[in-house]
Design a protein around this ligand. Structure first.
Ligand code: ZN
Length: 338
């Protein structure tokens, strides 16, 4: 009976596990007392496979292959992929979720397709709004600035700027995230950043230079007027920083009024400091200014340290710690970018 049962099976080469299991099932149902060893021999499989299959059938399991995990790479997928890419090309600002809705798929699929095709998402850069005319004026001024004295390799370009820093480092700009497992929840205070509208701020002045050095920073809870700028920033901090350079320097001040006041210009002349003339200095081009990038890098570091600070000395300490990890970028690639 057993032999005839085996002979009754289609004489087809077994090439899938599913077919093998069907054969085992066929023989076993005809002879439930068969040993695993014999079953293995008759089906051309192994003892383990025969045993596992029988146990699986006994438990009520199917002999069919389990559905494959992951995504089959069929033609439907190729079509979806094409569709997703077309949607992205048409609208570069569309969110992954919106693309998924448009393509009638999931955002996970869209993410996979993006990854497979080397499509990355970037955060938009915030820049001041300005007219096209203004832009070309700024850029050409910046270019001029680079082509003339600064193109001379003997100069080290030094620039300074002021920036405000919120005392509560958790409220610095930048995206913050949190992760949750399904069904899990956390308190609102862990999910939100509370921003005190008039939270205490500290004003920081610092100079950086082309060769990657930084001056001692100046911190104040007040403002920096011309008098303070000359005394605290230029005399006490910029001058030692300039002297640190053996070769020639070119100072590129920020366009803040205090930086071009008469007293300030007199200070430059008295101290023999080469500086960029006001009419050559470019207005409103922060993304051209390496110091803007330096501020951004510093603030990103401080945001990571993210904690509320109470005193100016605490802020100073944090600033110094962050400063050790951030070095001003080289200025050189500025003109090639624009
Ligand atoms: Zn330098």
């Amino acid at each position: 009976m057993l032999v005839s049962a085996v002979k009754a099976l289609p004489r087809k080469k077994i090439n899938t596990n599913e077919e093998l299991r069907k054969k085992i099932l066929y023989i076993w149902t005809n002879n439930p007392n068969i040993s695993y060893k014999k079953l293995a021999k008759l089906t051309g499989s192994t003892y383990d496979t025969a045993r596992r299959t029988v146990l699986r059938i006994k438990k009520g399991g199917s002999v069919k292959d389990k559905p494959r995990s992951g995504r089959p790479n069929g033609s439907a997928d190729a079509q979806l992929e094409k569709k997703v890419i077309a949607i992205i090309r048409k609208n570069r600002s569309m969110s992954t979720r919106d693309i998924a809705i448009r393509a009638k798929t999931t955002h996970v699929q869209v993410t996979r397709i993006k990854k497979r095709n080397g499509i990355k998402t970037y955060k938009k850069k915030k820049v001041p709004k300005r007219s096209e005319k203004q832009t070309s004026k700024s850029v050409s001024l910046a270019r001029k600035l680079y082509e003339t004295p600064l193109a001379n390799k003997n100069f080290c370009v030094i620039m300074d700027d002021e920036t405000y820093l919120k005392m509560d480092l958790r409220t610095l700009p930048g995206n913050q995230f949190y992760c949750l497992e399904s069904g899990e929840d956390i308190s609102d205070s862990e999910k939100t950043i509370q921003i005190e509208k008039f939270g205490k701020k500290v004003l920081i002045w610092q100079a950086i230079c082309e060769c990657g050095h930084k001056s001692t920073p100046f911190f104040t809870m007040g403002t920096i007027n011309t008098e303070i700028y000359v005394k605290e920033c230029l005399q006490k901090r910029l001058l030692p920083f300039l002297r640190h350079h053996n070769g020639q320097i070119m100072f590129w001040p920020d366009l803040a009024p205090a930086h071009y006041a008469n007293i300030t210009q007199k200070w430059f002349e008295d101290n023999n400091v080469h500086y960029v003339r006001k009419d050559l200095n470019s207005p409103n081009v922060p993304e051209l200014q390496p110091i803007e990038r330096y501020w951004a890098l510093m603030k990103a570091k401080l945001l990571k340290m993210g904690k509320p600070t109470k005193t100016i000395s605490e802020i100073k300490r944090m600033w110094r710690t962050a400063s050790l990890k951030v070095s001003p970028e080289k200025f050189g690639r500025m003109d090639s970018n624009e």
